[in-house]
Design a protein around this ligand. Structure first.
Ligand code: PEP
Ligand code: MG
Length: 541
């Protein structure tokens, strides 16, 4: 529709723009309290998107060319959304949802219809085609007992937010499968949804819920205790962090160290790589915050789902980024950049118990080169008279070739940490971000279980410590399996630590070993799953 007066439309747009800017700022502030710094940053990114000249300026141009504010917002949002959706990189493709979120809110501001209130009175399960991060951030767990969506992989911003709110969520289901008023079970732990359940099923899920609530009630009593099984077998429980500021949260939740600091976050949302000095300060802060506890800092894992534009330029377009120049592969081709990080790490080592971890190792030669470069960096610093601290060296086992070569790799390093997010995707050939094959993403698949066993055996043969730091590590269903297979540590997002510690205290080692043996002999994923579920039920008794 052509508009009568561009000036009036521009004024309307500007008022809506300013109002949304204020709302986003408030949302970021509120989210910082409710969801933590890292999640709140999503809305900082939304504010940047809103003020991006391509977006804001583009809309103004369209209005000046005669469109109404509403049409201009709609057209520009769709255009930029389409641009993101067409990108080959899965991480950037997911950002299309963020663009749409911002555009839709701006549209509503102009319409004067404000935000939709999804917290209807009573308690209900919300079923939606799709939920935006900003809609998710204002959900109240008091009213929303669960969320079922069609779109939204486990790594979308929406999913990250509902999980931080502790609202059970399942995605990948068509909303037309549900009718208003249906009785529905939504199990966020296992990703299972049951419509019109039988009384027996309701009973089973009620028992599961009872165990959940019992454990929730016990959480406080585990605060100061060491993490161990019922029969005294100790397991190191550590936290995964993305930013130095997340480190205190690990201690607050009872973690005995950082099991994974994903340093790529330091490289994101900026025009160029952080300098050695900046990285040194960040690593030193983490180590200091951890007060001498083991702190695993992972070297840059750029590429794949982790998009960093100025580094991607060095790589060029790739048809399969997950199989491309990612992580250590990229670092070994960009020595200067990698050496900057290694120097910063070695310097920071004076501040605590540093453990350097290299991601995406697929062959022993890669770790050998990394070791040579670490030595080279250390010698250069010594020549310059700069102090360095001791460190231990480890690798991520997240590629099947590394799992199969675990015994050989273990002789090269001090520790392994299994990146199950990638190990599962590479073993089963299932894109970890693709909702269409989410049902095939089965961490309990016997092929994965057998690889895990091989990793533990290899680590023990080569005298390396072995932990898990993928999402699986924080899943209570899989805990008996890890204990039974012989892992000595698990690292997960801090909020999960007390839960896992509590669940661990219900497990007896021989029982878990038996369960692991059974899982290893299974011929299908569903059989392993049954064993794990039966295990969880036994722990509830
Ligand atoms: C993993 O792959 O399991 C892992 C922990 O690394 P990321 O999720 O960062 O790829
Ligand atoms: Mg990984």
């Amino acid at each position: 529709t052509p508009c009568a007066s561009p000036d009036a439309e521009i004024e309307t747009f500007r008022a809506a723009f300013a109002s949304l800017q204020r709302k986003l700022q408030r949302l970021e502030e509120d989210s910082r309290e409710r969801l933590g710094q890292e999640k709140a940053a999503i809305f900082g990114a939304h504010a940047l998107m809103l003020a991006d000249p391509m977006f804001e300026g583009g809309i103004l141009n369209l209005i000046e060319a005669g469109k109404t504010a509403l049409d201009a917002i709609y057209d520009k949002t769709m255009e930029i959304r389409a641009l993101f959706s067409s990108l080959p990189d899965p991480y950037l493709r997911e950002r299309a949802a963020d663009v749409e979120d911002v555009g839709r809110r701006l549209f509503r501001e102009v319409q004067g219809s404000g935000d939709v209130d999804l917290n209807a009175p009573g308690r209900h399960i919300l079923v939606a085609e799709e939920l935006s991060p900003s809609e998710a951030a204002v959900l109240s767990p008091e009213h929303v007992a669960g969320v079922i969506t069609c779109v939204g992989g486990a790594t979308s911003h929406y999913a990250i937010i509902v999980s931080a709110l502790e609202i059970p969520a399942v995605s990948g289901l068509e909303s037309r499968l549900f009718y208003d008023g249906d009785r529905v079970i939504c199990d966020g732990q296992s990703g299972v949804v049951v419509v019109s359940p039988t009384p027996a099923t309701v009973g089973r899920y009620e028992r599961k819920r009872t165990l959940f609530l019992k454990e929730k009630g016990d959480l406080a009593s585990f605060a100061g205790k060491e993490a161990m099984t019922r029969d005294g077998h100790k397991i190191e429980l550590r936290g995964n962090i993305a930013l130095p500021e997340d480190a205190p949260g690990v201690l607050e939740h009872g973690g005995t160290g950082v099991g994974l600091f994903r340093t790529e976050c330091l490289f994101m949302n900026r025009p160029q790589a952080p300098s050695e000095e900046e990285q040194y300060r960040a690593y030193k802060t983490v180590l200091e915050n951890m007060k001498g506890l083991p702190t695993v800092i992972r070297t840059l894992d750029a590429g794949g789902d982790k998009q960093i534009p100025y580094l991607d330029e060095l790589v060029g377009p790739e048809a399969n980024p997950f199989l491309g120049l990612r992580a250590i592969r990229f670092c070994l081709r960009n020595k200067e950049l990698f050496m900057t990080q290694l120097r910063a790490l070695l310097r920071a080592g004076v501040a605590g118990d540093l453990r350097v971890m290299i991601p995406m190792i697929s062959d022993v030669s890669q770790i050998q080169t990394a070791k040579e470069w670490l030595e080279e960096a250390g010698e250069a610093l010594k020549r310059e008279g700069v102090a360095t601290g001791p460190y231990r060296l480890g690798i991520m086992i997240e590629i099947p070739s590394a799992a199969l070569m675990a015994a050989e790799l273990a002789t090269e390093v001090d520790f392994f940490s299994v990146g199950t997010n990638d190990l599962v995707q590479y073993t089963l050939a299932v894109d970890r971000l693709n909702g269409r094959v989410a049902d095939l993403y089965q961490p309990w698949h016997p092929a994965v279980v057998r690889l895990l066993k091989q990793i533990v055996d290899g680590a023990k043969a080569g005298d390396a410590e072995v932990a898990v730091c993928g999402e699986m590590a924080g899943d209570p269903l899989l805990l008996p399996l890890f204990v039974g297979l012989g892992f000595s540590g698990l690292s997960m997002s801090s909020v999960k630590l007390p839960w896992i510690k509590s669940r661990l205290s219900r497990i007896a080692l021989p029982w878990a070993e038996n369960l692991a043996r059974e899982a290893l002999s299974c011929k299908s994923a569903s059989l392993v799953r049954q064993i794990l579920e039966r295990g969880a039920e036994e722990l509830a008794e």
